[in-house]
Design a protein around this ligand. Structure first.
Ligand code: NAD
Length: 259
């Protein structure tokens, strides 16, 4: 049976770790040729080698790096079908605590990086052999919907990703019909990003218990569960879905408390 991404070419940013690495593996399992991009060269190369893809060093805040990734992808594989804008950083800090430097850093990676990715992906996808076609999956967060008190910059960046996605989606639908853009909103996922935040809190087990309990499903999700959501948005199975939000939070936002 043909894979759900057979014949497609995908770029996954932040593909060396967590949700990105799991998604790269799932895209490859479904027949895509995958470009893994990240700052972590050893881990990124390992993921790429495991799935028969290629790895590229890529800082998503840098326009020149995006140009390079797109040029190399098209030179090697001839097209771009899927961009998973997944690279991101978490930083705590309420509005009273956040420094301008931290704010700018978080916005640069989590929002400007996604904007540059959309810009370069649309330019590549509209030139695909056979005509414009492609799917962009932007990784936002549950904090694209609700405010995290201890995360002013992170919340702002993820809210920005949610609405930027809609602007891109409407532009592409009107101009190219078959280039789509959607956002994925993970709840609490068991990845190195969260483990680092838990460790920094001084009570990692308490934090893990809290984030498991706050999701009515009663546990944190695996990165693979996010990859399977991304797969639906990346594949032609979601051909009429654009500008949409896929919330994958174990029921967190559906609940108003213990009831
Ligand atoms: N883990 C969660 O609970 C959770 C929840 C909601 C949203 N998210 C989002 O999911 C995405 C993936 O997070 P994760 O939990 O897998 O984290 P992770 O830390 O495991 O992976 C993120 C990857 O992004 C890379 N990266 C960071 N800055 C980069 C840059 N400037 N250029 C290129 N790559 C860069 C890192 O090197 C890392 O490999 C992020 O956008 C994150 O905000 C995660």
């Amino acid at each position: 049976m043909a894979g759900r991404l057979q014949g497609k070419v995908a770029v996954v940013t932040g593909g060396a770790s967590g949700i990105g690495a799991a998604t790269a593996r799932i895209f490859a399992r479904e027949g895509a040729k995958v470009v893994v991009s990240d700052l972590q060269d050893a881990a990124g190369n390992a993921v790429a080698a495991e799935i028969g893809g290629i790895y590229m060093h890529h800082d998503v805040t840098q326009d020149k790096d995006w140009k390079n990734v797109m040029e190399q992808t098209r030179a090697r594989f001839g097209r771009l079908d899927v961009l998973m804008n997944n690279a991101g950083i978490f930083a705590g800090g309420s509005i009273e605590e956040v420094s301008l430097e931290l704010w700018n850093r978080v916005l640069a990676v989590n929002l400007t990086g996604v904007m540059l990715g959309c810009q370069h992906a649309v330019a590549a996808m509209k030139e695909n052999p056979g005509g414009p076609k492609g799917s962009i999956v932007n990784v936002s967060s549950i904090t694209g919907f609700i405010g995290l008190a201890n995360g002013a910059a992170y919340t702002a960046s993820k809210g920005g990703v949610r609405l930027l996605t809609k602007s891109v989606a409407v532009h592409c639908a009107r101009n190219y019909r078959t280039i789509r853009c959607n956002s994925l909103h993970p709840g609490a996922i068991d990845t190195p990003m969260n483990q680092a935040a838990f460790d920094a809190s001084g009570d990692p087990e308490g934090m893990r218990a809290f984030f498991s309990g706050v999701q009515p499903i009663g546990r944190m999700a695996t990165p693979e569960e996010m990859g399977e959501c991304a797969l639906f948005l990346a594949s032609d199975e979601s051909s009429f879905v654009t500008g949409a939000e896929l919330l994958a939070d174990g029921g967190w936002l559906a609940a108003s408390g213990p009831l």
